[in-house]
Design a protein around this ligand. Structure first.
Ligand SMILES: N[C@@H](CCC[C@H](N)C(=O)O)C(=O)O
Length: 303
């Protein structure tokens, strides 16, 4: 048995197992990730984040050649062991982890550059939390039909790529949102080749109050299931509602998720519209896990 030190962090209830692997020496296969994220047989988390120096990863080296300041790479895995390009809550948890462990510094007013599979992300401190430049986004064409099994809700969605794939669906009332059963993955037709995270949104109270848009969101994350929050999902939801609302829609959105509230802002950077995500991120605890690579996930003991 080897031992693996980990840190558990959460950002609006989206929780992560973080492991430090500066020189890229850890073997992290899908089965090992799934076991560490398992809530009964492992540490438990919606995803796992490996902190690795960009120089020790092919994707990282390419990114660092263009952005020399991006010393650290967020190697993100979903709870089922699959790889994801980006995680909006995870990148804030990652910034908290790097700064609390002394792997990086980030004073107020400074910028921390982080490599991800979706490209460079720039993090700044904001109050007790962090604000992340999530870059530009892409509205996908078409209107995929999203069906929630078991309760039969079937609605057209809007596909949005914010570094990872999302389909956002508008519901008619908060009651309808509360009634959703998101244990099972919603069906998307036509099915996106690489799958997608699915968000369901409704206006919260009045849609626009004092120039700020207010929505509620629930999410079924690709590779995880229903989670208490999804940062990229909040961004995709705000952008979808902003696009449906048309000209004059707010640039600032408050997105209420089961685990808290996130803020999404659209603002130009060098003449290009970027989207920013703000919210908290906290370390929950640290520990060491006995980590037998040969153990099968949740393998029942032989009788
Ligand atoms: N929870 C994350 C998104 C994590 C990745 C996602 N499940 C995917 O597969 O794309 C967030 O906060 O953005």
């Amino acid at each position: 048995m080897t031992q693996l030190a980990f840190t558990k962090a959460q950002a609006t209830g989206n929780d992560f197992v973080l492991v430090s692997d500066p020189d890229g020496e850890l073997e992290l296969g899908p089965q090992r990730v799934a076991r560490l994220c398992d809530r009964n047989f492992g540490v438990g988390g919606d995803g796992l984040i490996r902190a690795v120096r960009s120089a020790h990863l092919a994707e990282g080296r390419e990114l660092q050649a263009a952005n020399p300041g991006a010393e650290w790479f967020m190697d993100y895995r979903n709870g089922d062991g699959s790889i994801a390009e980006m995680c909006g809550n995870g990148v804030r948890a990652f910034a908290r982890f790097l700064t609390e462990t002394g792997l990086a510094t980030l004073a107020a007013g400074e910028r921390l550059e982080i490599g991800t599979r979706a490209g460079l992300r720039i993090v700044e401190r904001e109050g007790d939390g962090f604000r992340v430049d999530m870059g530009p986004w892409r509205l996908e064409g078409g209107e995929p039909l999203v069906t929630v099994p078991h309760i039969g809700v079937s609605r057209p969605g809007l596909g949005i790529d914010v570094g990872n794939p999302h389909v956002v669906v508008a519901l008619s009332s908060e009651e309808e949102l509360d009634r959703l059963e998101l244990f099972h993955a919603p069906l998307i037709e036509p099915a996106p080749e690489l799958g997608a995270n699915v968000e369901f949104v409704v206006p919260h109270d009045q849609l626009v109050q004092d120039g700020v848009g207010h929505i509620r969101m629930r999410v079924h994350e690709r590779g995880v299931g229903e989670t208490l929050s999804c940062g990229t999902g909040a961004v995709a939801s705000a952008l979808a509602v902003r696009s449906w609302a048309g000209a004059g829609a707010p640039d600032v959105w408050s997105v209420r998720v089961p685990g808290g509230v996130l803020e999404v802002t659209v603002a130009p950077v060098d003449g290009v519209e970027h989207v920013f995500l703000s919210g908290p991120a906290e370390i929950a605890f640290t520990g060491v896990v006995e980590d037998d690579l040969a153990t099968e996930l949740a393998a029942p003991a032989a009788l």
